[in-house]
Design a protein around this ligand. Sequence first.
Ligand code: ADP
Ligand code: MG
Length: 640
Amino acid sequence: MQDLIIGIDLGTTNSEVAIVENGQPRVIAIDGDPILPSVVGLSSDEKLLVGKPARNQYVLAPERTVKSVKRQMGLDLKIPLGAQQFRPQEVSAMILRRLKEAAEKDLGQPVHKAVITVPAYFNDSQRQATREAGQLAGLEVVRILNEPTAAALTYRPNPDTNEKFLVYDLGGGTFDVSIVQAEGGVFEVLSSHGDTQLGGDDFDELLLNHIADEFQELYQIDLRVNLTTKARLLRAVENAKKTLSDHAFARIEEEFIAEKDGVPLHLTKELERSTFEQLIDPLLRRTMDCLQKALDDAKINASDLKQVVLVGGSTRSPVISRLLEARLGQPAHREVHPDLCVAMGAAIQAAIIAGSDVGAVLVDITPHSVGIKSLEVPDSFSRQFNEYKFAPIVPRNTPLPTSRSEIFCTVSDNQAKVDIDIFQGESGDVRRNHRVGKFLIEGLARVPAGNQLVVQMELTLDGTLKVTAREKATGLMKNIVIDNAMARFAVEEKDAAQSRLDRMWAESEWTEGDDEPIDPAKLADLLGSEPGAYDDDEEDDDDDEGYEKFPVPEPEEDAAAPRFQFPVDAGATTGQREAVQARALLEKAERVGAKANSEDRAELGRLTAKVKAALDERRWPDLQSTSNALADVLFYLEDA
Ligand code: ADP
Ligand code: MG
């Protein structure tokens, strides 16, 4: 019988365990979750806690909780945990033991052997301590494997040629970048640089301070003082950060976060991805400096790299792939889940040691980027508007299923409609990409330019693409569903697929001048569109009620030219955005107020007066908070 050897990523923040079955690595769930927080604690009644429960108690009971023990591995010291003292390898052993037991439960048999990964920069005593931790957990450590090597293995388990990989690993508390060389199936780390005090935790901290500062300015209350409040806020910002990896904005809503003069205060905050990216920019620049050092030490150029591999949960933030691609001139790979690929690579190494065959990891990905046509604003040098700019929403090589969104905004005042023109391909010019569908969203609020639209794309495993456009301020929505927008491709088939698409493209009847919007009804027939939340019916004047009362001149009908939109960061200023939202809300309040009872109407009157005052006086932060309050009330009234 073949040896059963598991692969373990013993991380600073999170740990995982994986096994190879039928030539494919599989990550084993622990209590339903593939990720085990690397936190150990004692509960108030002295029970041992490992993973999530320990992490949850950290803020409230730090003296009974240990996290990031990996930083202490190899040091001759004792860590207090409750009344007792432990060596770092003993604490790590508790985490390993939890992983071992989860594997045994899943596999239905005892496990005695493991491959455990460590950072490339770990020295001998750190590696030795890791071995000891394994032994204490009842595991024979058959190999200590470098983390970047493990990651490279998930992409190329058996490379026959000489290849060099760059592995960029940004975790919760540490960052490192390594150059790995593979030759004849043997992997070697040529260089490794990093920062042991840089990671996703720092991003959370920056976000927390950003929000707490703003709250303090508004209410003179510091949310960081009370530990429970701080813990709540930290959890909320981490979740928001994760949302921002797939979506252009995230809402933070924490009720009763504080109290002022006996009145409870709620926290409602909308975070834009661009704000987050600005906050973390200085930290990301530091990672790029490390990257240059790693290249220099390995004496290679960016062009010598066969592949750029993303590792660590924090690399899910899209700004990182963007920076890397700009710096290295090639797209970074993130097909294999960045937070799981080290454990999977450890499992692959384990299978190789046990003598099993392993293949490259199979993943379902989108072989092409999918996005929409947008208008590029001219920079200060050229005065040319580019009408054919391709704005990708789902980048190619994204694992499926996926849901992504981006914000776009209108460019004209009183712009009533926007054309959502959907393409797949890699060119920055939509005319060189493949059109997969198109629809028109009409009846937008009559507001100045800068009206925000959220375009969301959901792509399923079977290649069905659902595109939704939603006017952010009013919730007006429309969507289409396109079957087989994207057939499933194995990685090897990508090139064949590309040339086939190119051919289809050349043969397609679509020509460059074909800019006319298709009649949405016809499109619905063609594409099997789902009726959106917005009713197309001309007779139905429900939506027009508000407009009549809103004293804005009707825009001139210009049916042939539904104008284009551009990504919001490129154009609208903060105030402009807030104002658009506020005006739309006021419009809606008038509509809703007409149907409300006298009490609700009074409440609406009070809130709209505040919004109008903030709008008139251009107090943007106030405008945002009062608008949010108004939106909340409208939400309940509409629902009632
Ligand atoms: P480590 O290797 O240090 O143990 P991980 O690779 O598991 O850590 O990364 C953990 C970090 O990744 C945390 O800071 C977490 O907030 C962050 N993270 C996890 N998922 C996402 C996401 N979708 N977007 C951004 N950051 C994420
Ligand atoms: Mg890691």
